[in-house]
Design a binder for this molecule. Sequence first.
Ligand code: AMP
Ligand code: FE
Ligand code: FE
Ligand code: ZN
Length: 292
Amino acid sequence: MMRCAQSWKRPGRAMGDIDLHVHTTASDGTCTPAEAVRKAAALGLRALAITDHDTVSGHQEAIAAGKALGMEVVPGIEVSTRYGTAVHILGYYVEALVPVLQELVHDRDTRNEKIAALMAADGLPVRYEEMQARFGTAIGRPHFGRVLMELGLAESVSDAFRRYLGRDQRYFVPRRILDIDSSVEGIVQSGGIPVLAHPFQYKKNDTELRELIEHCMAHGLRGMECRYSGYDAGQTAYLEALAEEYGLVKTGGSDFHGDNKPQISLGTGIAGELDVPYAWLERLRDKHERMK
Ligand code: AMP
Ligand code: FE
Ligand code: FE
Ligand code: ZN
């Protein structure tokens, strides 16, 4: 049974911080959108952004829950793109997705059916229609990981990635990855603000990261995620200086996925290192207002 991680304690933290990178059951998180909002409120956060992979289907529920609790909810998305390696682009305040982004969920279906067929061929009781009924529309490898765990074949979702779902493992099937230009432009066309997610994940040196930023800016990039789970003060300071130099709005968030990434806590990251100021959201919101 999927459940929403229940760590509500939050000792010694001041009010006023936010989390702009959160996954829910609309993609591969384990808290429903409403649960994520309630959890954020219980932790004393002032705002959160719902940034599910490839889908906006969690927005309505999260915004409604936010209204009920007086919690600011930013409707967002996260898109995996290709630029040599995989690079993730966040989109904030996206409205109706343009077709190039809508197709991502459809592409997932095609790929997921192949994964389910591979498992079924091994005699595992896995039916994709049942997974759709249970998990919704933006199904990905983490959901298969959960199923493998429930079948007793893996100890955790990460373990399932290691044994079965990771690149070169038995149940790995690639999915279509959008190029970075169309992703950034698609977010702009969907009314959103494109932001470069977790820049240290790409293992680029300063020159390469600058090249990535400049490339994305030529297609409409407006921001960069400067604070992120596991990033230390030095890394954060470097990213903030880079964002300021390029005139990019700064964002930050945990990449919370509930029990699918149990080491990451909403709002505070891995070891309490995360602290994203509300003022950053004000600038993001201003930028969005000016784009209208
Ligand atoms: P997919 O988009 O379906 O290929 O799945 C990729 C997603 O799986 C990423 O967005 C991560 O959230 C998650 N993921 C990747 N590697 C792992 C891992 N080792 N353990 C848990 N989740 C992972
Ligand atoms: Fe994910
Ligand atoms: Fe990401
Ligand atoms: Zn994410």
